[in-house]
Write a protein that binds this ligand. Structure first.
Ligand code: ADP
Ligand code: MG
Length: 354
């Protein structure tokens, strides 16, 4: 198990990682580190790999402090955005790379036969059976990332770190490869921490998502919990929730002036976090709004509405609901879609300052 305990990393005056705590349970094989650009994701990975010194805190693996262990002795596999394959080696030459250098505790490198067998095993695992003699500059982007993954896994690392492994690929390929990476990593039995700035990608890749914003890890939760109960407004905003409405949670239901949604947070004051999908056009909906803009997209209506006393909100509808919307300046009836709505439990709720 990997534990980051109050880890702080500073570049000059800039606090890139601020008191990060992360506990990597053996049960979840892939954890995603999700955050906007510049939030400190790569710095966390570099610190775990030993490429960045810690200002404070410590990193332990299986109970042993590795904070002072040099990079090459940590036995951690790394995969970067662009794979960084060796261009003059074949696919097999790349995958075998980590097997040709002597590792700590080993007296000699693997014999040739064992090395070839391991390369073939890894290529089969990543879906590139028979690719041994291909040149790496003739691979597609997705194939190159599979080779990078195979290369990282070949020396049996105890942990795999992947930094935006999909972001150089075409959008259509990302979802597919994300699910493949998740399966490959699970099949390899190696726990992995994967960095991404894309929330869907995080959910395709990981069992658990750690959200980092401004160098601080704000929340660690399975995707379902993260979408339904973001820890604070910054997390909610990053996840695409654009409006906040006060609410009260009682017996698992959060009630607000705009409607109710069921949620898994304790009773007490809370906030509903609304996305562009939360308010939906509904013939007999309980909320009325005035339409301020309307667009008809392939997957439905996108509108903005002003709700008296609450301000302006995004809303959506099915294409055939256009008849219910009328036009700009007209009144439309809306309902709250609880599946697309989050609930934030404010920390202040427990405070004695009321
Ligand atoms: P992310 O991977 O989430 O985009 P990084 O971890 O790369 O973020 O960077 C976090 C912050 O630290 C950013 O503000 C970045 O500009 C800064 N930073 C990263 N590397 C360095 C460096 N070597 N020197 C100075 N500042 C850096
Ligand atoms: Mg980065």
């Amino acid at each position: 198990m990997l534990v980051l305990d109050s880890v702080t990393v500073r570049y000059g005056e800039h606090l890139a990682v601020d008191d990060a705590n992360l506990r990597f349970s053996a049960g979840s094989s892939v954890v995603a580190l999700l955050g906007p650009s510049g939030s400190g994701k790569s710095t966390v990975l570099r610190a775990i790999a030993g490429l960045e010194p810690l200002l404070t805190g410590r990193i332990t693996f299986a109970g042993t402090d590795i904070s002072e262990v040099p990079v090459h002795r940590r036995n951690i596999g790394l995969v970067f955005q662009d794979g960084q394959l060796f261009p003059h080696r074949t696919v097999a030459g790349n995958v075998a790379y980590g097997l040709t250098i002597r590792r700590p505790g080993q007296n000699s490198v693997l014999p040739r036969d064992a090395r070839d067998a391991r390369v073939a095993e890894l290529l089969a695992l990543v879906g590139l059976h028979g690719y041994e003699n291909r040149r790496v500059d003739q691979l597609s982007g997705g194939e190159a990332q599979r080779v990078a993954l195979a290369r990282a896994l070949a020396p049996h690392p105890r942990l795999l770190l992947l930094d935006e492994p999909l972001s150089a690929l075409d959008k259509g390929l990302r979802e597919r490869l994300a699910m493949d990476i998740r399966r490959i990593v699970a099949d390899s039995g190696t726990p992995a921490l994967v960095v991404t700035h894309d929330q869907s990608e995080a959910a395709f890749l990981a069992d658990e998502i750690a959200v980092i914003i401004d160098g601080r890890i704000r929340q660690i939760a399975p995707p379902r919990k993260l979408w339904s109960a973001p820890a604070d407004r910054a997390v909610a905003s990053f996840l695409g929730y654009t409006s906040i409405v006060p609410a009260e949670v009682e017996h698992g239901v959060a009630r607000s002036a705009l409607g109710a949604t069921s949620v898994d947070v304790p009773d007490g004051p809370a906030e509903l976090a609304l996305s562009a999908d939360s308010l939906v056009v509904a013939r007999h909906g309980p909320i009325t709004g005035v339409v301020t803009s309307l667009a008809v997209l392939p997957d439905g209506l996108r509108l903005r509405v002003v709700i008296d006393g609450h301000g302006e909100f995004a809303a959506r509808g099915a294409v055939h609901d256009e008849v219910l919307v009328g036009g700009i300046g007209e009144v439309v009836r809306l309902g709250l879609d609880g599946r697309r709505t989050g609930v934030i439990r404010p920390v202040q709720a427990d405070s004695h300052v009321r």
